[in-house]
Every structure is written in C-alpha cells, then in structure tokens.
Ligand binder design. Structure first.
Ligand SMILES: Cc1cc2nc3c(=O)[nH]c(=O)nc-3n(C[C@H](O)[C@H](O)[C@H](O)COP(=O)(O)OP(=O)(O)OC[C@H]3O[C@@H](n4cnc5c(N)ncnc54)[C@H](O)[C@@H]3O)c2cc1C
Length: 365
C-alpha cells in the first residue's frame, strides 16, 4: 500500500487548492472526499464574489495576495461593490473608512447622488455608500476545476465516496479508514473538511478548534426592470443583505448566519421572506418570481480567522479549515501559504506579506 506524504480530507476549494500546491513540490498527495463529486458542499454554493474588505482587516491580506493570481488566470470579472447606508447611519461609513483606510484596499465615499447613479430605483432614505471599484465576480467552478486538474497533472489521487471514519497513528504513519472500510496510509493528515472540521479533528484525536458552521441563504429572483449587468454588488453597511446581478436575474441574500450542525444545508422559507422584505426597502423594483433558492454553510473559528498549519499538539495532524465566507477569494494565497508552512519552505512574492500567526492553530491554546 502506498504511504502518501499527505492525506487531505475534503475536496472543496480548500482541499483542491492545497493538493495542487503541495503536489507541485513533488509531495505524494491523497484527497479523500465523502461525496460522489468534489465541490458539492460550500464550494458549490457560494455567491461568487471577490470583495477586498469582506471578512475584516485580518482577511484583507489574504484576499489582496490572492487577487493577482485570480486575475492572471482569468477567474475575475469586474463588478464593483457598494456598501450602502441609511440616513442617520453615516457614522458607519466613517468607521468603515477608518477601519479599512490603511489596509491597502481601494475605497471611496459616495453621497446620495453617487448612489442614484449606481442603483436606478433606489428608494429615499439611503443617503451614502462606500464604493469599492476593485470588487469582482469569481468563476468559482473554473477556479475549483483549475486546482483539481493541476492536482491531477501532479499525480494526486482523488478518491470520492471516501468518508474518513477512523484514523490511527503508529510509528509516524496514519492508517486511515473510510466508513466503507477502505484503508489508506499517510504521514500527515490534513483537515480540509469545511463544516465537518471539528468532527474530523475528533476522529484523529485532535482537540477541536470550535469551528461553527453558519447557514447562509441565497435566492435568485426575476425582477422588473431586469437588473443591469453592470449593477455593482450591493451590501448593506449593517450586514443585513447583499444582492448582485447574474445573467439577467438577481442573486439576493439576507446575510443570515444561522448556527447549524454540519449537513447538506437547505434554505428556510423565513430567510427567503426576510431577504425579499429587505430588498423591497432598498429599491422600487417589482419582484416577479423566486426562481431558485439555496443555502450553504460558512464555517468559522471563534475569532472568525481561518486555521492553517500543523496542529502543534496532535502529531502529524494539520488544519486547513475555518474558511468562513471568504474561502474562494482567499484560496490562492491560503493554499500557497499553508503548503509553505507544511513543507517548511520559504515564503514567495504571493505570501511574503502575510502574518501566519493570525491563522495558526496555536491560538486555540
Ligand atoms: C451562500 C454562500 C455564499 C458564499 N459566497 C462566497 C463568496 O462570494 N466568496 C468567497 O470567497 N466565499 C464565499 N462563500 C464561502 C465559501 O464558499 C467557503 O469558504 C468555501 O467554499 C469553503 O471551502 P471548503 O473546501 O473549506 O469547504 P467545502 O466546500 O464544504 O468542502 C469540504 C469537503 O469536505 C468533505 N468532508 C467532510 N467530512 C469528510 C470526511 N469525514 N471524509 C471525507 N470528506 C469529508 C465534504 O464532503 C466537503 O466536500 C460563500 C458560502 C456560502 C454558503
């Protein structure tokens, strides 16, 4: 039986990107995926944007470091983002400028006139915004396929329908057993299991990080007039909705964060109704039909920073989890940095400015 250098649990964007990076350095890598196909859970359900400020100042460096790679490979298309505020909430715009002003993002304050230019049909009562011109749509399926095919070219073995059920470490090697009884061997076990990250840690005998899945809902609406294709991503400064155009339709989320067990997440009617109610308070568009709705899990460590690197307490066990609501837009830099941490390599131009201690499992204590 082959003894792999690394066995990665999970073939979402996290597992796929890390497999591609590690195998690019000659490591023998196995990816175990519980589902019939990679990308079935959070990765296949995202709202597909790259937004510089999303997730706060600790996430900005990962997003900015990932931008050039995503651009070079053609995965970004220009969109722009507007964080909008109601009358009386303008201090929130000032705070936003203060929080992000020095982080390297490009942001600009707009008044009501600027808002009207960007969003036709915006209701009165919305008085200003932060304009973020660099925000882009991400081709999520393209990026995921890019990493999977890079991994395949580098000789990575991807096994689907392989849910890790048991892990035992002896003499520096893990014996990994799927729930169906198939066995694999690896020197290092990497947890890229998304919402299941704490469960996989428990299987390996590692202390959990406290990673909590939170459900997020998206609805696809037909509205009149149809949203212009160049409408920016529109987010509420208070964090209660976002929407953006998609192929003549509108994708709308109530920005919900409902705690959930790890599962195949499904949308709740209440979240759909809330999303529509919030949209109707922003624009005077007519809602003609709810065409699609879906939900996915965004999984966060208690401090909402991702978790990258060796566990430190459980030998041969490493984390690549807690990607939260930004696992797609941060994937290139996150995977590059984590491969460097796991292989003991020097940083390169993409990762030189990142502070890995922010994302270290050691902060769990
Ligand atoms: C509605 C929504 C909108 C979002 N919008 C954006 C966005 O615009 N931009 C952005 O950057 N991010 C966005 N995100 C976040 C992004 O989707 C996630 O951060 C990212 O997909 C996480 O990837 P992952 O690989 O960690 O998890 P997943 O894609 O969930 O992959 C984890 C995999 O591990 C597998 N697994 C679990 N347990 C086991 C086991 N025991 N054995 C084997 N396999 C196992 C699962 O089957 C799963 O396939 C959004 C998320 C949601 C839900």
């Amino acid at each position: 039986m082959t003894t792999y250098d690394f066995a990665i649990v999970g073939a979402g964007i996290a597992g796929a990107s890390l497999a591609a990076e590690l195998s690019g350095h000659g490591a023998r890598v196995l990816v175990m995926e519980a589902e019939d196909r990679p990308g079935y859970h959070s990765t296949g359900r995202s709202a597909a944007f790259w937004e510089e400020c999303y997730g706060g100042p600790e996430i900005v460096p990962l997003t900015l470091a990932s931008g050039p790679y995503l651009k070079e490979h053609g995965f970004l298309s220009a969109r722009g983002a507007l964080y909008i505020a109601r009358e009386g909430e303008e201090s929130g715009l000032d705070e936003f400028m203060d929080t992000f002003g020095e982080t390297g993002v490009t942001i600009e304050r707009l008044g009501r006139a600027g808002l009207e230019r960007q969003i036709e049909g915006i209701r009165s009562g919305w008085s200003g915004a932060i304009w973020e011109p660099a925000c882009a749509d991400i081709d999520v399926a393209g990026l995921h396929a890019h990493y999977l095919s890079m991994a395949k070219r580098n000789g990575v073995d991807l096994v689907c329908r392989a849910r890790l059920g048991n892990a035992e470490r002896r003499g520096g090697t893990w014996t990994l057993q799927t729930e169906a009884g198939e066995q694999f061997r690896a020197k290092v076990l990497i947890n890229a299991a998304g919402a299941w990250a704490d469960e996989v840690a428990a299987i390996a005998g590692a202390k959990p990080m406290g990673i909590q899945p939170l459900r997020r809902t998206v609805v696809q609406l037909r509205v009149e007039p149809a949203p212009p294709s160049d409408l920016p991503l529109v987010l509420d400064m208070e964090g209660s909705f976002y929407f953006k155009p998609e192929s003549g339709r509108l994708w709308l989320s109530p920005h919900d964060e409902e705690p959930s067990d790890p599962c195949d997440a499904a949308p709740e009617e209440l979240a759909v109704a809330e999303a529509i109610d919030r949209l109707e308070k922003v624009v005077d568009w007519k809602i003609v039909a709810v065409e699609r709705k879906w939900a996915g899990l965004r999984s966060f460590a208690p401090d909402r920073c991702p978790v990258y690197g060796f566990d430190g307490q459980c030998e041969g066990f490493a984390w690549f989890a807690g990607q939260g609501g930004y696992g797609i837009q941060t994937a290139p830099a996150a995977a590059r940095l984590t491969s460097q941490l796991l292989l003991g390599l020097e940083r390169d131009a993409m990762t030189a400015s990142l502070d890995a201690s922010l994302y270290s499992p050691a902060r769990r204590g």
